[in-house]
Design a protein around this ligand. Structure first.
Ligand code: GLY
Length: 350
């Protein structure tokens, strides 16, 4: 078992990584003062895969199923969850346990952040994407038709349990999605970016990514500056996903991040921040993580620019996280013409 602390001033918590760590749930929950009841929020796929069998929060609990897919990341789902909590008389001292991938931790975390103005929650992360990114760092929220993650709260979990056993039932696409986020970390860690992370044991892969994220979150929880680097590749990614809501089979988050990483590299080159070799390195890393960096056919540049202008990093402008001489950093005020030209360049990527 590997424990990575997230050292937030005044309220640190642990990310516990390894096979079977979901069974650490009872000691975590019963260690929280005053808890009498848990709401275990999850999806049918997690139950069907058998990961709820024997899962014990150590206090009486109810299971709250939410719908599958990104479409469940809606305010309606949060309202429904909170209404169920209220009907059951859940108190401010009780706990929400999110068992699943990023959709579950985002939605359940947001419900926890808002129910009774905030109840405690624990993430049991069952997908690679949730383990390396979504379940850690306290970003919770839902989508609006106008864009991804536009509604939410920063609300830190009491603990995150990343059970590598649960990765056994992921399909190839879910692995790829997790690797999309992992490719991002290749540019945020120490040493030259490459895909060698994949050579480690899976628990060590997760721990490496979580370690990078934990350090950034501890430094800038509220994303006033440094934390924006965790959004590397995400500005275009979120815009692409915004066009894909509710259309099952369209681009998933990690796949979109992979495209966003190459786009960010091409934009950084256009702005004179990096050279051709560094662009090639981005392509190699993305492909090395098993991802396709090409823009999907039929992408609408105008709609993408509008969606990117709604990104949370933007200050009434176009803001990107870009590589450069000082490494990866936020860059505000990028000209629309450069973005449109880079999107056109993306069309030529083979
Ligand atoms: N997924 C980016 C962040 O947590 O800041």
């Amino acid at each position: 078992m590997i424990v990575v602390p997230v050292e937030l001033p005044g309220r640190p918590y642990d990310v516990v990584i390894g096979a079977g760590t979901r069974h650490e749930l009872a000691p975590v929950v019963t260690g929280l003062a005053g808890v009498e009841h848990a709401a275990l929020v999850t999806q049918g796929s997690v139950a069907d895969a058998g990961w709820l069998a024997g899962l014990d929060p150590g206090v009486p609990f109810e299971v709250d199923l939410i719908e599958p897919g990104e479409g469940a990341k809606s305010f309606a789902t949060v309202e429904e969850l909170c209404r169920r909590f209220a009907r059951r008389g859940m108190s401010r001292a009780d706990v929400v346990v999110a068992v699943g991938g990023g959709v579950v931790s985002d939605v359940a975390g947001f419900a926890a952040a808002t129910y009774h103005r905030g109840v405690r929650y624990v993430n049991v992360a069952t997908t690679l994407l949730a383990q390396v990114d979504a379940a850690v760092g306290g970003k919770t929220g839902v989508n609006l038709p106008e864009g991804k993650n536009l509604l939410g709260a920063l609300w830190q979990p009491e603990a995150v349990l990343c059970d590598t056993e649960t990765l056994r039932t992921l399909d190839e696409r879910e692995w790829r999605c997790g690797r999309g986020e992992m490719a991002k970390y290749a540019f945020l860690g120490e040493g030259p970016p490459d895909a060698s992370l994949l050579e480690l044991e899976v628990a060590d892969q997760v721990a490496r990514c979580v370690g990078i994220k934990a350090a950034v979150v501890a430094m800038d929880e509220a994303e006033t500056g440094r934390r924006m680097v965790l959004n590397y590749g995400h500005t275009l990614a979120h815009a692409l996903e915004a066009g894909a809501f509710g259309r099952p089979g369209d681009l998933a988050h990690g796949e979109a991040v992979a495209i966003g990483l190459l786009f960010a590299a091409l934009l950084a080159r256009r702005l004179g921040r990096i050279d051709d070799a560094r662009v090639d390195l981005h392509r190699e890393v993305v492909v090395g993580f098993g991802l396709d960096p090409r823009l999907p056919a039929g992408s609408d540049p105008e709609a993408l620019v509008v969606a990117m202008g709604r990104d949370k990093k933007a200050r009434h402008d176009l803001t990107f996280v870009l590589d450069g001489p000082r490494g990866v950093e936020p860059v505000h005020g990028v000209a629309v013409g450069d973005v449109v030209a880079t999107l056109a360049e993306m069309e030529t990527v083979r």
